[in-house]
Design a protein around this ligand. Structure first.
Ligand code: SAH
Ligand code: SF4
Ligand code: F3S
Length: 468
């Protein structure tokens, strides 16, 4: 396998020249930038890079699109609904653009990587002045500079479609306790329903020393809750010439000094196994939390999804993981209504959910993505049948969560305070090690610190605790 393609230092340096160029153009104008992110954590991390670049150029950030001189939508293509929302949002901006022709409206992310969307934007959304795909993200400064100086619409959806790695770009993170840390990009799995491999390119891993150095910077800056990101973190390192896999990376990062938690997402059942779970159990800074999507409980459906594991494999993994980590918090993703899913297939999904008792489930109705193999599969179930299955699954999970939440009653737990303070009885928000949401009350609570707290009551979405 060839090594990941790394954007050269000179090319990155060149982008810094464009950052200075834009700064020069907007100097003294006190311009404001607004960003909105759709989609997954990877997109949120990408937006933080763009905000970093905007900040270096001299833009102030604003929470209101109405006040902004630069508006960016970072889009998601994973389901039709996400695309519709993005189009709706851009549509709503046409009046702003008419009122203020200097306004720059940019669209980037996964939708911009697809020809059908690019054509639609070119033709029907003239208010979009700058469009660039995920592979062009690191070139944003030069693209913005061109938009400003050439006074025409700029489209950059090219680039190496396998994808590259760009190190050394600025980043502007939210203040607080939590930070994203990308360890790899892209996906090679080609699950038959999924658009991600087409819009994010091939799997490529950042070098461990780059990751460790970014982690050290985050810890020095006061971040306490670090989530390692990748579409399939369990294949980390396969493309590097080094003898390192994801379990090794966790051990290496766990050795960094400081009081912090490491989480990661997403894992794939075909690549996760004892090596990973042993490392999680051994590493005190690695949260005992696992997001392991299983998608369907039916082997036939799993096969047609190209997931490359069976429901029995999945059960075995969970048994091993829970054996090693009895307090493991477990979550998963499920797709309901994949083409050809019968009631009997669905029953197997329901049975797995009942059996495993997840702490949290993300359930999705299958959404047809053109260009993926499943878009061609025959689909017999009606929308009403699919909706009915979806609702039964939600009800089953709600019952499970209610029981699991009850079990926390009276327990004492270590929590990381990550938000507040609202004027309510439980003014702060915090997270358990397993990332469950807790509302907290008590004296002398500070955001970004770990506290011990006793769970006083529970609801479906939240635990309520008092600091000890
Ligand atoms: N790489 C991660 C997450 C990918 S997208 C993984 O493999 O788990 C997040 C979730 O969206 C997926 O786990 C899947 O459940 C869901 N998803 C992806 N494509 C979808 C589609 N076409 N329709 C409905 N849900 C989809
Ligand atoms: Fe999509 Fe499958 Fe890759 Fe996840 S592993 S991003 S679901 S193709
Ligand atoms: Fe969406 Fe792209 Fe993430 S399609 S889920 S934003 S990788």
């Amino acid at each position: 396998m060839s090594l990941p393609n790394i954007v050269s230092k000179e090319q990155i340096q060149n982008q810094y020249t464009y950052i200075d160029g834009v700064a020069e153009l907007i100097r003294g104008k006190q311009l404001r930038a607004y960003t909105h992110t759709f989609g997954c954590q990877q997109n949120e991390a990408d937006t933080e890079r763009i905000r970093g670049m905007l900040h270096e150029m001299g833009y102030e950030m604003t929470d209101s699109a109405e006040d902004a001189d630069f508006i960016l939508f970072n889009t998601c293509a994973v389901r039709e609904h996400a695309e519709e929302r993005a189009f709706g949002n851009i549509g709503a901006l046409s009046h702003l653009k008419k009122r203020r022709p200097d306004l720059i409206i940019a669209l980037c992310g996964c939708m911009a990587q697809q020809d059908k969307n690019v054509q639609k934007i070119k033709k029907s959304y003239p208010q979009v002045t700058l469009l660039f795909g995920t592979h062009a993200l690191w070139r944003f400064p030069s693209l913005l500079y061109r938009t400003m100086t050439e006074k025409k619409r700029i489209f950059d959806i090219g680039g190496d479609e396998n994808g590259e790695i760009a190190e050394g770009l600025p980043v502007m993170r939210e203040n607080g306790a939590k930070a994203w840390l990308s360890i790899m990009y892209g996906c090679n799995n080609f699950c038959t329903y999924c658009i991600v491999p087409y819009v994010r390119g091939r799997e490529r891993s950042r070098r461990p020393e780059e990751i460790e150095s970014e982690l050290r910077d985050l810890i020095s800056a006061g971040y306490k809750d670090i989530t390692l990101l990748g579409q399939n973190v369990n294949s980390y390192g396969k493309d590097l010439e080094l003898d390192i896999d994801f379990a090794d990376l966790l051990r290496r990062l766990n050795a960094v000094e400081g009081d912090f938690l490491i989480r990661f997402m997403t894992s794939h059942p075909k690549d996760a196994g004892p090596r990973l779970f042993d490392a999680m159990a051994d590493c005190s800074k690695v949260a005992k939390q696992l997001h392991l999507p299983f998608q369907s409980g039916s082997d036939e459906i799993l096969e047609r999804m190209n997931r490359r594991y069976t429901a029995a494999d999945y059960r075995k993994l969970i048994t091993y993981a829970r054996g090693k980590m009895p307090n493991l918090t477990l979550s998963s993703d499920i797709i309901v209504g994949f083409p050809g899913e019968t009631e009997a297939d669905f029953q197997q999904t329901l049975a797995l959910v009942q059996e495993i008792q997840f702490d949290l489930l993300f359930t999705f109705l299958y959404s047809k993505r053109s260009g993926t193999p499943a878009a061609e599969y025959e689909d017999n179930a009606t929308p009403a049948e699919k909706q009915n299955r979806f609702e039964r699954l939600l009800r089953a999970q709600d019952e499970i969560v209610a029981k699991r939440q009850d079990a926390y009653q009276g327990k004492c737990m270590r929590l990381l305070v990550d938000g507040g303070a609202r004027g309510t009885e439980y003014p702060y928000t915090a997270r358990t090690e397993g990332n469950l949401l807790v509302c907290v009350r008590g004296d002398d609570i500070r955001i970004g610190t770990f506290i011990e707290a006793e769970i006083e009551k529970t609801s479906l979405r939240c635990l309520f605790a008092r600091k000890r």
